[in-house]
Ligand binder design. Structure first.
Ligand SMILES: C[S@@+](CC[C@H](N)C(=O)[O-])C[C@H]1O[C@@H](n2cnc3c(N)ncnc32)[C@H](O)[C@@H]1O
Length: 445
């Protein structure tokens, strides 16, 4: 089977959309699976029908696993309010069920478990079942072990880490046992998993930063499944940069800064009334990107450059993408080595200085971190992401007053921009960055 044939097969099974680096990632995934099983590429292809786990392994290796604790904290806080209200109307025997669909290495469901514990105390979270699924078995193994480096804590203060994690060794913390036990993990494709779930069995679905990687028809099918498995009064969360669910199925909840949806035909009033009703400030309230029903002409969820087009910025951009991938796998030293080499090639790149600083924050090298991030701000004076990260390094280094001031400044400047606009990395939205800045600033008060 050719690489194109293999790609088509993965796309059919998992709904992945092709992205610029797709065929390079496929080749790397094939090499990795061959290495693990002592196969050559021809034998691997020949075995795919008889051994479907090999296709699953390949799928896990081509997904993007970026995640971290307290990513877009407003979503988590909103969900905990919804859950609290649902629990208030239920008996102790009727738990709330939350599904983290595309949980990567587990930071999202653990954040939810932490926030439930923080807001509801030790007893109530036991009434919430958290299910977390992903196709990537390496990411799930990390989630099950619950061991994280500081890279996963980027953007949150140390207080949460001290409260919910046990230090294992320098730059490694393990989730406290009472949270470790709280989550049921499953390795599965989303469509495949949804198909096994009973109708009306889930109260809250987190589906953030996954839709963006899926092809339109597969996504439309998945949103239909989400609607089927969701209980009345349930809520679906996506990221603000994701393609939103179709309005036939879901209606956006009026909650500022949160991309939350409830079933369109849901007569039950939301248990929590997040103020105010009406359009969500700063966000396009009726943006619904996914059309149902298919068959539709083949429409891309998001404009996708031609497969294998080199990323803008060439070698340095490739090095940065690879360094982020290594960091997401916990290989921080390797990531830093790569970025340091990129810094020699392109000393005036603000993106290189930014990633260098982020990685130093993650390894706890705060002098290097503040120095690299000061440089990033100097090279990109209007860069919101750069300023946010500089503030985050200052906070980690104990300079809380300057960090707070800079975060306030970032929030003010972002407030003047559209919520759905992207900041410099072209991924994070204005709304998400403002939310992270607020969360970090409040943790410093
Ligand atoms: C960028 S991460 C998002 C993690 C987390 N939800 C967050 O927002 O931080 C996307 C995850 O979705 C998973 N994923 C993508 N497509 C999938 C599919 N069809 N089935 C199962 N998991 C999938 C990937 O393996 C990856 O771990």
């Amino acid at each position: 089977m050719s690489a194109a044939g293999l790609g088509a097969r993965l796309q059919a099974a998992y709904g992945f959309s092709a992205r610029p680096s797709w065929s390079r990632e496929l080749s790397r995934a094939v090499e990795e699976v061959c290495r693990r099983h002592g196969l050559d590429a021809g034998t691997l292809h020949g075995r795919l029908d008889a051994e479907p786990h090999l296709l699953d392994e390949l799928a896990g290796l081509v997904t993007v696993g970026e995640t971290y604790f307290y990513r877009h904290p407003s979503d988590i806080q909103h969900a905990v309010s919804i859950i609290t209200a649902l629990l208030a109307g239920r008996s102790a025997e009727e738990p709330c069920v939350v599904w983290s669909a595309g949980c990567a290495s587990g930071e999202e469901p653990y954040t939810l478990a932490m926030e439930l514990d923080r807001r509801l105390g030790a007893a109530a979270p036991a009434r919430v079942r958290i299910l977390a699924t992903d196709v990537n078995s390496d990411a799930l193994a990390k989630a099950r072990a619950g061991i994280y480096s500081a890279w996963s804590f980027r953007g949150v203060g140390t207080e949460l880490r001290e409260r919910y994690f046990l230090p294992l060794q320098p730059n490694a913390w393990q989730v406290a046992p009472r949270l470790l036990e709280r989550i049921a993990w499953h390795r599965s494709g989303l469509a495949q998993h949804a198909a096994t779930m009973a109708s009306g069995s889930v109260d809250v679905i987190f589906f953030r930063n996954v839709a963006i990687y899926l092809e339109a028809d597969a996504l439309a099918q998945l949103y239909r499944q989400f609607r089927r498995v969701m209980r009345p009064g349930g809520t679906l969360y996506v990221a603000s940069a994701d393609p939103f669910p179709p309005r036939e199925l879901f209606t956006r909840v009026a909650a500022p800064g949160v991309a939350a949806f409830r079933p369109a035909d849901d007569d039950a009033r939301l248990p929590v009334a997040p103020p105010p009703s009406g359009p969500v400030p700063g966000a396009p309230p009726q943006r619904h990107d996914v059309k149902v029903p298919p068959p539709a002409p083949v429409t891309r969820v998001a404009a996708t450059p031609a497969p294998d087009a080199p990323p803008p910025g060439g070698g340095v951009a490739l090095a940065l993408a690879e360094a982020r991938r290594l960091a997401d796998r916990g290989e921080l030293a390797e990531a830093l080595a790569l970025v340091s080499r990129a810094a020699l090639t392109d000393p005036l790149s603000a993106d290189v200085a930014l990633l260098c600083g982020q990685l130093h924050v993650a390894t706890g090298e705060l002098t290097e971190a503040t120095s690299a991030l000061r440089r990033a701000v100097y090279l990109a004076p209007g860069g919101m992401l750069h300023r946010y990260w500089y503030a985050s390094a200052l906070a980690a280094a104990g300079d809380r007053a300057r960090a707070r001031q800079m975060l306030l400044d970032v929030e003010r400047q972002l407030a003047a921009r559209g919520a759905a606009e992207r900041v410099e990395d072209q991924q994070t939205t204005v709304e998400e960055l403002a939310d992270s800045a607020r969360f970090l600033r409040e943790s410093l008060s």
